[in-house]
Design a protein around this ligand. Sequence first.
Ligand code: F0G
Length: 358
Amino acid sequence: GELRGRGVWRYRDLLPELKNVITMSEGSTPLIRLRAYPNAYVKFEGANPTGSFKDRGMTVGVSLASSLGVRGIIVASTGNTAASAAAYSARAGIECMVVLPKGGVAKGKLGQALLHGARIVEVPGTFDNALEYVLSTVLESGSAGNASYYPLNSINQWRLEGQKTIAYEIVEEVGVPDYVFVPVGNGGNIYAIWKGFGELMELNIIDKMPKMIGVQASGAAPLVKYWRGLGEARVDKPSTVASAIRIGKPINWYRAYRAVKYSNGFFIDASDDEILMTQRVLGREGVGVEPASAASLAGYMKALREGVIDPSDNVVLIATGHALKDPDALLRDSVHTVSISSIDELKALIMGRSIIDV
Ligand code: F0G
């Protein structure tokens, strides 16, 4: 059909039909070419209403929940899903309960959940424990329609329908890239994007698929482990500075695996040092992302170093969330800060060296 307007719902022909659409113009995010890597574009999902790609899925999920007439929604989250769920349920006028790993959520995300009036429940352990709390209560208490709190975790396939529009937007702007790098936590997003490209293949809008590359933080890399044949896709104590993807038991692990395997891609990991360094590389190009989102560029740089991909290949790097989400990660970088107390000192600084110092 014809495309009108902007954002996720301009693709409504390829989305679930819902009677009550809760939207804040999510989607239509910038695709930014990198200076340092001219064949790489960053898909800047930080430009969504709550600052992450989760809004693309939440507009679909909350529209469904609202159409079902439930009292509220419930999610376990490392933070971005919580922020998005809180905002979209507030727009819909329904309740929102977020179950979070205590001490494991970046401050910006926690603040958003508070701002939008979600009920916050903190549990001990990691995201994996929080998800267990949600799944073993809500899902066992009856069918979704009857439960008073509708579960909107990424086990919920409706959200992935919204997230697949990332693929549509990439194709509209630059066609089919050779590779798409995606930071992987639960594995829902990489699957959703792959599904989006697959649908465009079926519709004969494109004639080849990109290779899907899943990037995980080294300390929380169950899918890299599985990919290398080193056992099940789970690790017991996930640990990384990238709190958004600090996940040991990805609920969508098999979907993520399928996306990577059947697109002839691969999984790769990046250390915390690489992730933080890459976050600065993007920052110095004016692109502000949270640590988890820097993983896609970190994976790309590593793949280039290892020679598994070529600098002439066209790539899209999914930057999943905004830098402001995790202020603590930004404030680690204080080498550019100097305190002075006189105008003369500032004059000396300006005369002394270029202020466009990298
Ligand atoms: N990047 C960011 C910034 C995220 O918040 C997430 C997931 C991912 C990547 C990974 O996406 O789970 O689909 O593989 N965050 C979830 C949350 C877990 O609760 O906000 P995935």
